[in-house]
Design a protein around this ligand. Structure first.
Ligand code: UDP
Length: 489
């Protein structure tokens, strides 16, 4: 029993969207909260608990006996009743099961999240956490939390720049075609983009209406939690707080909380390569000499594009690590996409990882000198935290905005030249374009210097007294005040 005057710990309930790009930073967040003396419960389905959360949480709790435990709360998700295939509990299922209509299923999966509204209500009634960190794709969670007086924070998983760009974007009526560049109105920095590269188009579509619900729920919530750091995008952090959400806290880069080898090596999934072998291979390379190429968890290129990437890499002459995550199977069986004799020709020069790569471990290695990325926010921020200049190859979602941040604001990247959003499969890029961008990014000393400075800033932001560390303290103080007020009543 608590004695009078003793204050209990803050208790966060974290509810991530069931995709690796959301579950990974959520787990990082729970660990961060634990280091600040707060309890966290992660809400997820049984399959995701097993596949993703149980092992790293068990290790974390064992390795940190002085910290508050992280726990898991399971919610049932009746896939088949909701019209989804059996076992479809995360987007990985959608993107790695052969013969599925990915676009349709992805949208159906997104909309099926509404199912969780009632179970969440029942849980909040009994659990009464001090804060609900709910993913952006659960807009109904704001009202549910309000009913029980629980402050609801929205977690988008993306940075300030793309959130601001998405807020400002209005497709100008006077441009001749959707491939004509225009400046995003009101957004600081005169950022140039084309209509073909933005997702916010059909206000009246199912997705358009859903996006509006998300914006409304954000406006009515306690605030927004952002995986970023102030020094990376100060103008956009300020803009966001002045004009978009008013209340936001930046607490990243969250990936930097993973300090132990095991945490980095098995972040997300068991790697498809022996981590020690991989590091040994990198150890044999000169500092800043290898380009790392990866496209996140949802993009998947066709054979023609993979062949072109292989040829472009070969033509660039640079050593490389290339993660190939082909839709339909984790391990690529029939390799008719590799040009004849490619692996013999690039033996010792290149490493192809088929499936899951220990990404942060690789990015942190001194031999890596550039990152060719699809510009998913987690990857991009991991690249920033590792001080890497980047080749930007956006495919869908908010990735084109992230590209503009790297190429037009930070000036640490070279665009490979993707013209339009294609979702999942990607716009076609020739071998010459791959060669040019890789060569350019690996030699640009100014770009590399700026990237290394940003990495220093990222590390300082999460140190004690750094901008993200202080921001988290401020958030926790506010939540503690709310908690104390409630306990007084
Ligand atoms: N990731 C990884 N190994 C892989 C593929 C992805 O560790 O082979 C991690 C990556 O480090 C990042 C996350 O998965 O943290 C992908 O998130 P991101 O936002 O970059 O892209 P998404 O998959 O959501 O498009």
């Amino acid at each position: 029993m608590r004695t009078s005057g003793e204050v209990s710990k803050l208790h966060f309930l974290l509810f991530p969207f069931m995709a690796h790009g959301h579950m990974i930073p959520t787990l990082d967040m729970a660990k961060l909260f634990a280091t600040k003396g707060a309890k966290s419960t992660i809400l997820t389905t049984s399959l995701n608990a097993k596949l993703f959360f149980e092992k790293p949480i068990k290790s974390f709790n064992q390795d940190n006996p002085g910290l508050e435990d992280i726990t898991i709360q399971i919610l049932h998700f009746p896939c088949t009743e909701l019209g989804l295939p059996d076992g479809c509990e995360n987007t990985d299922f959608i993107f790695s099961t052969p013969n599925l209509n990915i676009g349709d299923l992805n949208q159906k999966f997104l909309l099926a999240m509404k199912y969780f509204k009632e179970p969440l209500e029942q849980l909040l009634e009994t659990m009464r956490p001090d804060c609900l960190v709910g993913n952006m794709f659960f807009p109904w969670a704001t009202k549910v939390a309000e009913k029980f007086g629980v402050p609801r924070l929205v977690f988008h998983g993306s940075g300030f720049f793309s959130l601001c760009a998405s807020h400002c974007i209005r497709l100008p009526k006077n441009v001749a075609s959707s491939s004509e560049p225009f400046v995003i109105p009101d957004l600081p920095g005169d950022i140039v983009i084309t209509g073909e590269q933005v997702i916010e188009k059909e206000e009246e579509s199912v997705v358009g209406r859903f996006m509006k619900e998300i914006r409304d729920s954000e406006r009515d919530s306690f605030g927004v939690l952002v995986n970023s750091f102030y020094e990376l995008e100060p103008a956009y952090s300020d803009y966001f707080k002045s004009f978009v959400a008013k209340r936001a806290w930046h607490i990243g880069p969250l990936s930097l909380g993973n300090r132990k080898f095991e945490e980095k090596a098995e972040r997300g999934k068991k790697a498809s390569i022996d981590e020690h072998e991989c590091l040994k291979w990198l150890d044999s390379k000169k500092c800043d000499s290898v380009i790392y190429m990866a496209f996140g968890t949802m993009s998947s290129f066709n054979n023609e594009q993979l062949t072109e990437i292989a040829a472009g890499l070969d033509m660039s002459g640079h050593d490389f690590v290339w993660v190939v995550n082909k839709k339909g199977s984790q391990v690529v069986e029939k390799e008719d996409w590799l040009p004849e004799g490619f692996e013999e020709k690039t033996k010792g020069k290149g490493l192809i990882i088929r499936g899951w790569a220990p990404q942060v471990l690789i990015l942190d290695h001194q031999a890596i000198g550039g990152f060719l990325t699809h510009c998913g926010w987690n990857s991009l921020l991991e690249g920033v935290a590792s001080g890497l200049p980047m080749v930007t190859w956006p495919v869908g979602a908010e990735q084109f905005y992230n590209e503009k941040l790297v190429t037009q604001v930070l000036k640490t990247g070279v665009s490979v030249g993707v013209k339009k959003m294609m979702q999942v499969v990607g716009d076609f890029i020739s071998r010459e374009k791959v060669e040019r961008a890789v060569r350019e990014v690996m030699v640009g000393e100014e770009r590399r210097k700026r990237a290394k400075e940003l990495a220093e800033m990222a590390k300082n932001a999460v140190k004690e007294g750094g901008s993200s560390d202080l921001e988290l303290d401020r958030l926790m103080e506010e939540l503690m005040l709310v908690k104390l007020q409630k306990e007084k009543v």
